[in-house]
Design a protein around this ligand. Structure first.
Ligand SMILES: Nc1ncnc2c1ncn2[C@@H]1O[C@H](COP(=O)(O)OP(=O)(O)OP(=O)(O)O)[C@@H](O)[C@H]1O
Ligand SMILES: [Mg+2]
Length: 375
């Protein structure tokens, strides 16, 4: 198998911030980039050679994208299988379609993890309304119920058992198949990003530590500074999952560390991940460059940490009062601003992030939060 060399064209399904940052890394390496996105003024629009307008199930647009591409990758898992199959008629699709089929459905994904023997929390798949009550009863107590497909940033999720109210889970999730998970008592959340190339080279980044509020990532830091033994376990799990899938590209493995000391897989994301934005500053190779190297079958880059770095997300909420005071935030040492050129701020919408380096992970987090507070 031969590498796809600079000068070639990479097609990306999805032109959001992840597609944009992948495109920027690809440009630095000398590639041409085409994206497909439903929104013609998507964040990647300004850094790519061509933008194909098409919804996530527009197989014709996906074929058009692939026709002019040497390889096709993606930045969002909700691309329909028809789109991926249409693209594959013209160019290799990486990650592969079978892996995407499993990951893009939470029920298939959880069942796969269970069948392959990876550690996960208790859950029940819910196919129709009659299964809601027995599933919640079987799990007992607090639960997270998540749509089988389509959710991100905590959307398409309902919490039950946290207070007196009993929400109509089935209705709230649109009357579609979903999965109920027992709410775990979390000590920490971490993630591990693995890259694997078609020739079978695998590299996994040191784990990131992630802090969520209301099911949305607030800040993240690399390295996570978890004890060595947990780091090893997390790396083993992530690499074994990538190998089992014969991954071609990136796979982010989100993990829960419970108060009782268990390390459990939360979910998988076959693409760059918000929790590795700090790799641009923390690691020798960023996740975005690594994604390009992996899908082009180039040698993978060094994943060593050069300096601890943290990011904090800038949500649309910040724009609702006044324009954020970026000039203030940038007075904090080691802080850098990343904006995605999204023109309509909305509550909960990821508009950009701040990053900060520090002598230690704690210092990096403290600085990025100090800068955020000045906005
Ligand atoms: N079973 C659970 N027990 C405890 N906390 C949970 C559970 N499931 C989800 N959460 C919390 O909600 C967050 C978001 O959940 P999850 O990763 O499943 O959703 P998502 O919408 O796919 O998020 P994202 O797209 O940001 O990764 C988790 O990172 C965690 O903080
Ligand atoms: Mg998640």
């Amino acid at each position: 198998m031969s590498a796809i060399l600079p000068g070639a064209t990479i097609g990306i399904l999805g032109g959001g911030q992840l597609g944009r940052m992948m495109a920027m890394a690809a440009r630095s390496l000398g590639y041409r980039i085409h994206v497909m996105d439903p929104d013609p003024s998507c964040p990647a629009r300004f850094v790519v050679d061509a933008c194909f307008e098409g919804s996530w199930d527009d197989a014709r647009a996906a074929a058009d994208l692939a026709r002019g591409s040497d390889v096709v990758t993606l930045e969002i898992e909700q691309i329909s299988l028809d789109c991926l199959r249409a693209a594959e008629r013209f160019a290799p699709v990486r990650p592969g379609i079978e892996m995407m089929r499993i990951i893009q459905n939470r029920i298939l994904q959880k069942n796969w993890l269970r069948d392959e023997g990876f550690p996960i929390g208790e859950y029940r798949a819910i196919q129709d309304e009659t299964e809601v009550a027995p599933s919640l009863a079987a799990l007992g107590g607090k639960c997270f119920v998540k749509s089988a497909s389509g959710g991100y940033d905590g959307r398409s999720q309902v919490k039950t058992g946290f207070d007196e109210q009993t929400p109509d889970v089935w209705k709230l999730l649109g009357g579609r198949p979903c999965i109920a998970e027992k709410a775990l008592d979390l000590d920490q959340e971490i993630s591990v990003m693995v890259a694997r190339s078609p020739r079978g080279e695998t590299k996994s980044f040191p784990s990131a530590r992630n802090h969520h509020e209301n099911q949305i990532l607030v800040w993240s830091v690399i390295p996570s500074a978890v004890p060595q033994e947990i780091e090893q376990k997390a790396q083993q799990i992530a690499c074994a999952i990538a190998d089992r899938f014969e991954l071609e590209g990136l796979l982010a493995v989100e993990l829960f560390l419970t108060r009782s000391g268990e390390l459990l897989v939360n979910e998988l994301a076959p693409r760059p991940h918000n929790s590795y934005h700090a790799s641009e500053r923390a690691c020798v190779t960023s996740q975005f460059e690594q994604a390009i190297r992996a899908v082009c079958d180039l040698p993978l880059g060094d994943v060593a940490v050069v300096q601890p770095a943290a990011i904090s997300n800038l949500l649309g909420d910040l724009w609702l009062g006044h324009e954020p005071r970026f000039d203030q935030a940038l007075t904090v040492p080691g802080v850098t601003l990343h904006l995605y050129e999204k023109h309509t701020p909305r509550k909960g919408r990821k508009m950009g992030h701040l990053s900060a380096i520090g002598a230690t992970p704690d210092e990096a987090v403290a600085r990025v939060l100090e800068a955020q507070a000045l906005l």
